[in-house]
Write a protein that binds this ligand. Structure first.
Ligand code: BJ8
Length: 428
């Protein structure tokens, strides 16, 4: 990354020395995990470029957008609707953090048995290494799991402006009403901060823009049904990760370009791995950049990941929002309808998620499921037992992995994944 950005980072208040370390680690990991892959689609070059400029050009773009009067809204969860942010001409950026960085600092304000995702978000803030966080005019939190909910009380003391949405835990009519009331409140906050009013016209246009983005990733997801798979799970994950912070129309265009290329690959029967490679679905906690640990292990052990039942994956992107509606009220109902279907494990009961995993296994022709949990993530750990029992009873092999962001257990995980892949091969 160019030296020119140092002044920009310094003006954002980053700790330049610590930030250099982070970029060094990120660059090395990217080289070893991504650039070392074989048979990658040409279209991945765009994503390689995005990653090489992830703290550079994209941040410059955010600052330019701010200079032009737009607001940057950072968030940690797929329940925060990008449609509402775009309706006030804002820029939405995902702040989820996937690296073990600044944990010592984070553990001074959080219990040690907090999940790595939350610790990482705090480590990035306290270590002053995340330009997205520092560039955000507003940060949005949400009452989902207990860890996030309570940690926002602490984050509130550390950031400029935090808005926390209350979210229901039960999918009842009362829950839906709360959901809508909280989205309405969020709309008011956005209007206030941007000085722009949400009208039916701009909201409809925003819904359309986000739908186009989701349709593009749906194309990639559908192409992964093919055997041999035309794209690796690692590359598909990267697309899902970049989904959260790239410029939306440009992202859509780049994903459609790669989908065109993958269509040709499928027609030619060209895959990243041989046809007989075991196919695996990954389900569970979100994997934020640069959390590539499990897919890197799985694919280096000779299996291919063909889908992610995850918020950084199909759980986050699957349904579209209805674009029909004459009023803001009607369009808001459409947005509520779409987001209320997200089957995050914080909901109870949450039968839709298990059903979605089954559907994904079938659709993507997966031979087994790896259930991925970040240690101390109670909602997903609690659900993992049911997922395993139910799927195994239906003849679908499941491997449950609980891990954190450290590299200490890599060899142990590798051994378990290897044995699981052997089991899938034996089943054929
Ligand atoms: S909609 S999955 S993005 S809440 S890993 S912080 S759940 S203890 S991330 Fe999530 Fe929204 Fe749900 Fe999706 Fe808590 Fe678990 Fe940590 Fe987690």
């Amino acid at each position: 990354m160019s030296e020119n950005y140092r002044q920009m980072w310094s003006e954002l208040g980053l700790d330049l020395a610590a930030h250099d370390v982070l970029l060094g680690v990120l660059g090395q990991a990217y080289q070893g995990v991504y650039l070392a892959q074989k048979n990658r689609p040409e279209g991945m070059k765009y994503f390689d470029f995005v990653m090489s400029e992830v703290h550079g050009l994209r941040i410059r773009e955010l600052l330019d957008a701010q200079a032009a009067g737009r607001k940057v809204i950072g968030s940690y969860c797929v329940f925060v609707p990008e449609e509402l942010i775009l309706a006030v001409n804002g820029v939405s950026v995902g702040l989820c953090a996937g690296a073990e960085f600044g944990f010592t600092e984070a553990e001074k304000v959080l219990p040690r048995n907090t999940c790595s995702l939350i610790k990482s978000a705090f480590g990035f803030k306290l270590g002053k290494v995340c330009p997205y966080l520092e560039a955000s005019d507003l940060i949005v939190g949400e009452n989902t799991c207990d860890g996030k909910k309570k940690s926002y009380e602490i984050l509130n003391t550390l950031v400029r402006k935090l808005h926390v949405m209350d979210l229901p835990q039960i999918k009842s009519e009362e829950g839906r009403a709360l959901f809508k009331a909280e989205y309405r409140k969020f709309m008011r906050v956005l209007e206030e901060i941007s000085g722009k009013k949400i009208e039916a016209e701009n909201l409809r246009a925003a819904i359309k823009t986000v739908n186009e983005k989701r349709k593009a990733v749906h194309r990639i997801a559908a192409l992964r049904d093919a055997s041999p798979a035309p794209i690796s799970g690692l590359d598909a994950l990267l697309i899902n990760q970049v989904f959260f912070y790239d410029d939306t129309p440009r992202f859509t265009q780049s994903v459609n370009a790669i989908a065109d290329e993958l269509e040709e690959r499928v027609t030619r029967g060209q895959g990243v791995f041989p046809k007989e490679t075991p196919r695996v679905l990954v389900s569970g906690c979100p994997m934020a950049v640069p959390n590539w640990k499990i897919p890197a292990i799985v694919e280096s052990q000779g299996a291919v990941i063909v889908g992610e039942e995850s918020c950084v994956g199909e759980r986050g992107t699957r349904n579209l929002t209805n674009e029909d509606g004459a009023s803001v009220e009607a369009l808001l109902d459409n947005i509520v309808e779409r987001y209320f279907k997200v089957d995050c494990a914080v909901f109870t009961p949450n039968p839709d998620r298990l059903q979605h995993i089954r559907e994904m296994v079938q659709k993507h022709r997966a031979q087994g499921v790896i259930h991925y949990c970040i240690q101390f993530c109670q909602p997903y750990q609690m659900e993992s037992g049911t997922v395993e029992r139910e799927l195994e009873a239906e003849g679908i092999p499941v491997l449950r992995l609980d891990t954190d962001y450290s590299q200490e257990d890599v060899e142990q995980l590798r051994t378990r994944v290897e044995a699981f892949i052997e089991r899938l091969k034996d089943k054929r």
